[in-house]
Write a new protein. Structure first.
Length: 98
């Protein structure tokens, strides 16, 4: 299982466009882990075309909080198929869309 962690910075500062990140994940068969809510648009980023997309929809985005939530998500991965699915994760739950 390989991951791509989106840097969530404006393209003007650093990085590449979301569509490019999506294509890289598809080509490299990586699960995308991101705070970018744009990736939750299943019309633009159909889950069936990806190894999996995990969108963290958090009230706080400080490092400690994000790491705690990411650990929770990683603990669920062995029990739940992610390929072809979109996981929207908040502090209380994980919603899974196909």
């Amino acid at each position: 299982m390989k991951f791509k962690v989106d840097e969530n910075l404006p393209v003007d500062i650093a990085g590449i466009y979301d569509i490019s990140i999506s294509k890289i994940c598809q080509n490299e068969q990586r699960i995308l882990l991101t705070l970018d809510l744009g990736f939750s648009d299943i019309r633009t980023y159909p889950p069936s075309e990806h190894e999996g997309i995990i969108v963290l929809r958090l009230n706080r985005q400080d490092k400690i909080h994000v790491m705690d939530i990411a650990r929770r998500v990683l603990s669920v991965l062995p029990q739940e198929e992610i390929k072809g699915k979109l996981w929207i994760v908040d502090e209380k739950r994980i919603r899974i869309r196909q």
